[in-house]
Design a protein around this ligand. Structure first.
Ligand SMILES: [Zn+2]
Ligand SMILES: [Zn+2]
Length: 328
C-alpha cells in the first residue's frame, strides 16, 4: 500500500512519489491543489502547483502568484513513478479529486466533494479502482442528510420571490466562493437582479467564463441594492451593507443551517441547509461502493463515528488528523 503522511497544517504527501496534496510548500516536487478555497490553497502564494484550469483562474483572482501547470479533468500525466488524473469533485467550480496510480496500488484524495454534485460545478465522477481512499468528512454525523438540490433551489427561489412580492429585500448569507454562485444559479430563472459583495464579484466572472449561468448580476451598489436581491458573506451581518437596507429579510445558506440551534446563534429569518460537502450517508455509501483497502478520514471532528460505521461494513479506516478550520 502507498505510504501517506500528513504534511503541514492540512496537507498530505506521498513521500515515495514526491507528490503533495493541498500542501503549502514545494517540500516535494509535485503539488496538486484540489480547489480554490482558502483552507486548500497554499498559504505560500508563490510555489509551483498543478490544478484544473478553473481552479487556476480562481486562485489567480484570490492572489496566488506562483506557477500553475493546468491539468484538465481526466487527462493523465506521469510524474516520476506515478500517473496522476484529476476527477471532477462536484464541490465548487474547478474542484478536483486527485487519483494517483502506482505499482503499489492506487490512491484517491477527494479534497472537498459533493455527490450528487452541486449544479454549479462540472459534476462528480469517481474512478472505480481505489486502494487507498482519502476522504474529507466535514459533515460526518448521521444527523446530516441533505435535501435534493431541486428542493433547495426551490426554497431559495420561493424565499426571494415572497420577499419581493412584499417589497422586502432578500439577503442571502453565503460564502463568496461556491455557495454564492450556487444561490445565484438557483435565482437566475426568477430574473430578479442580484447584487453580490465586492469580494465575490470577480469570482462570479470566472464562473461565467467557464460556462455557468449566474443570471442577471452586478457588484454590490449601496444606491441600487434595494431594487433586487443581495448576496453577501455572514461577516456582513450587523454592518451597513445589510443594516442600511430598510426592509430586508435574511436567509442563511449553509450545511450548518440544518441545525435548529443555529437559529439562536445567528439571528436570521430563514435557514437554508444547502451544503457543498458530502453528507454522512453519501460518504458511507461511496466507501462501500469503492471498497478500498484503507480509508483515511480528514477534515472532521468526528472521525471515530465514521470509523465505527465503516468497520461495521468491514472497511478499515483511520483519521489523518488534519487541521479542521471550518467548512470552506
Ligand atoms: Zn472547499
Ligand atoms: Zn475545505
Amino acid at each position: 500500500m502507498v505510504t501517506i503522511q500528513k504534511h503541514g497544517y492540512s496537507g498530505i504527501i506521498l513521500p515515495d512519489y514526491g507528490i503533495g496534496l493541498d500542501i503549502d510548500t514545494n517540500a516535494v516536487p509535485h503539488v496538486f491543489i484540489s480547489h480554490a478555497h482558502a483552507d486548500h490553497m497554499p498559504r505560500n502564494r508563490k510555489i509551483s502547483v498543478y490544478a484544473t484550469p478553473a481552479t487556476a483562474a480562481l486562485m489567480r483572482v484570490r492572489g496566488f502568484t506562483g506557477n500553475i501547470t493546468e491539468l484538465p479533468f481526466k487527462e493523465s500525466i506521469q510524474v516520476g513513478d506515478a500517473r496522476v488524473t484529476l476527477y471532477p469533485a462536484g464541490h465548487i467550480l474547478g474542484s478536483a479529486m486527485t487519483y494517483i496510480e502506482t505499482s503499489e496500488g492506487s490512491v484517491l484524495y477527494t479534497g472537498d466533494y459533493r455527490n450528487p454534485p452541486s449544479p454549479c460545478t462540472e459534476g462528480f465522477e469517481c474512478p472505480e479502482n481505489v486502494d487507498v481512499f482519502i476522504t474529507e468528512a466535514t459533515f460526518s454525523l448521521p444527523i446530516y442528510r441533505w435535501k435534493s438540490h431541486d428542493e433547495l433551489f426551490q426554497e431559495i427561489r420561493s424565499f426571494a420571490v415572497d420577499c419581493r412580492s412584499k417589497n422586502e429585500v432578500p439577503v442571502f448569507l453565503t460564502y463568496n466562493l461556491g455557495k454564492a454562485q450556487e444561490v445565484m444559479m438557483a435565482l437566475a430563472q426568477t430574473q430578479i437582479p442580484v447584487q453580490i459583495h465586492g469580494a465575490g464579484f470577480p469570482l462570479c466572472e470566472i464562473y461565467t467564463k467557464f460556462g455557468m449561468d449566474l443570471g442577471n448580476y452586478s457588484r454590490y451598489n449601496r444606491k441600487t441594492v434595494s431594487d433586487g436581491i443581495l448576496i453577501t458573506p455572514s461577516s456582513s451581518l450587523n454592518t451597513p451593507i445589510i443594516t442600511d437596507i430598510k426592509n430586508h429579510k435574511i436567509a442563511y445558506c449553509s450545511g450548518w443551517a440544518s441545525l435548529e440551534s443555529r437559529r439562536a446563534q445567528i439571528n436570521v429569518d430563514k435557514l437554508i441547509p444547502i451544503s457543498d460537502h458530502i453528507d454522512f450517508f453519501e460518504l458511507i455509501d461511496l466507501c462501500k461502493r469503492l471498497n478500498p483497502e484503507h480509508v483515511y478520514i480528514t477534515h472532521t471532528p468526528n472521525s471515530e463515528v465514521v470509523t465505527h460505521y465503516l468497520s461495521d461494513v468491514g472497511i478499515a479506516s483511520s483519521s489523518l488528523d488534519l487541521e479542521y478550520p471550518g467548512t470552506e
